[in-house]
Write a protein that binds this ligand. Sequence first.
Ligand code: SF4
Length: 198
Amino acid sequence: MARRQCTSEYKIKPIKAEVRRRLGYPHPARIPAGVVAEMAIGISLDEIGRARDADVAYMRNTFPLLDLGWRREDCLAYLTEHDLADTPRSACVGCPYRTDAEWVRLRRDDPAGWAEAVAFDAAIRHGSARANAAGQLLRGQFFLHRQRIPLDQVTLRPRTQEPADTPGCGPWTCPHTEPAEAALDAVATPGREVALNA
Ligand code: SF4
């Protein structure tokens, strides 16, 4: 596992760019004090520890499920009531944390998404010079799946029972922890997060 920068690169940065665009102050324009976009984030009571403030003054995070006092089971009951019981947890198409069952679902239900993930997997094989702070090439090869072979060659073995409480990944709320220090040895500056330049 190399340094993980997906949340900032694929979620937070694009969201901030879009918020700035909608507010009428695209980067690098200065946003006047008091101009604020409200961001409603779907964190439930059982994951309240993931709720945090935005790190810029022009965005204010709100948590409607916390206001309702809803737990995960309340959300599931609501979805079931509205015929949406099979709603999957949220994740990027090329998320390396997908379980085999989730890869199988993607391949079966979203062929275009699967093709995108396969292409993404091929594209990361040798890393990117921009993927570490010093601009050096990453060592070794990189794969989305832990079997470390191209995604479309992996024999997917979904478990019959998926963990019911795996949280989804949202901006500011990624449930996945940073990789261990030892694994970070593969990059130039362990632990450095990509700076958000919004
Ligand atoms: S869903 Fe996966 S790839 Fe996307 S931001 Fe979360 S951890 Fe990263």
